[in-house]
Write a protein that binds this ligand. Structure first.
Ligand code: C2E
Ligand code: CA
Ligand code: CA
Ligand code: CA
Length: 277
């Protein structure tokens, strides 16, 4: 029984965790992948809990490896977070998406685009300035961009993180805390920097209608958000009943298969156009 539990599905990169000599080949492969367009994005809508109108699209990385097939993002991103390559990847993610963001404005003005960034990015002194340059050279209004920040592992350089967050906020980029409740972001962090929204992790919503404890936790976080003027987003919502309960609890936004799965850019444009008409 015990040994069966420890068997995990094996994928090529998920086994590669700490040793640097294993991460190096991954970085080489990724460099190739970026050049050869093996990496693209899917976009998942985040909808207003009441009106169900799309407020934001979240860009999710997809790596189609020629030999190993699709590699889930967490299988390579977590390993990269201990290297400076994570910065290169994030700049690339932002650059790839700024054009898309402008293109989307012709369908829905003021539609926002969210990208995932790692807290490791914020430890880089020049991070916010680099982002500022990308936005300026592409003429992008920063308020249309949302950074969803996930915090895994230990915080290394707290002062640098706060400084970067402050600058991103001053620029007008929306700051969202991802995986709230399961990541390492504390309520103290929320008191120190400007946060626009928090995303409640999908672990809270498994069997939500029967889980009284999770209902109370979620309700508490929603009230906390209300009091601090922070929007709340529930992610991973698959059932209409859960969505309805969340709406009654006062959650601001909902994301999940119930409304839409992640879609290719072409498909999401059609989806948006249909939603508007
Ligand atoms: P995340 O940011 O928490 O994204 C949510 C994940 O849940 C996505 O998985 C999404 O496809 C999935 N999902 C959405 N709705 C539902 C639902 O109703 N039910 C279920 N079961 N799943 C749902 P995905 O795309 O595999 O991404 C996994 C993680 O990889 C993301 O978690 C994020 O932490 C990371 N990631 C993805 N793209 C990027 C990126 O460009 N940069 C960075 N740093 N991390 C990324
Ligand atoms: Ca809008
Ligand atoms: Ca996210
Ligand atoms: Ca999450």
């Amino acid at each position: 029984e015990e040994s069966r539990k420890t068997i995990k599905p094996i994928s090529y990169f998920s086994e590669i965790k700490q040793p640097a000599f294993f991460i190096l080949p991954l970085i080489c492969e990724l460099n190739e992948a970026l050049k050869n367009k093996q990496i693209h994005f899917q976009y998942q809508p985040i909808v207003d809990a009441n009106t169900k109108v799309t407020d934001t699209l979240e860009a999710l990385l997809r790596w189609q490896h020629p030999k190993y097939g699709p590699i889930p993002p967490q299988d390579f991103i977590y390993s990269l977070e201990s290297t400076t390559f994570i910065n290169k990847l994030t700049y690339w993610v932002v650059e790839e998406n700024v054009d898309k963001l402008m293109e989307l404005q012709s369908i829905d003005r003021d539609l926002r685009l969210a990208v995932n960034i790692s807290v490791a990015n914020l430890q880089r002194e020049t991070f916010s300035r680099q982002i500022e340059k990308i936005l300026q050279s592409n003429n992008i209004p920063p308020s249309l961009l949302v950074f969803e920040i996930t915090e895994r592992g230990l915080l290394m350089d707290y002062a640098e993180i706060l400084h970067n967050l402050e600058h991103l906020h001053e620029m007008g980029i929306q700051i969202s805390i991802d995986d709230f409740g399961t990541g390492n972001t504390t309520i103290e962090t929320i008191s120190k920097v400007h946060i626009d929204s928090i995303k409640l992790d999908k672990v809270f919503f498994d069997n939500f209608s029967e889980n009284r404890i999770n209902q109370k936790i979620v309700s508490g976080v929603i009230s906390l958000g209300r009091n601090l003027n922070i929007k709340t987003i529930a992610e991973g919502i698959e059932e209409a009943e859960t969505a309805e309960m969340l709406r009654k609890l006062g959650v601001d936004y909902i994301q999940g298969y119930l409304y839409a799965r992640p879609m290719d850019f072409g498909k999401v444009k059609t989806w948006l156009a249909e939603q508007i008409s």
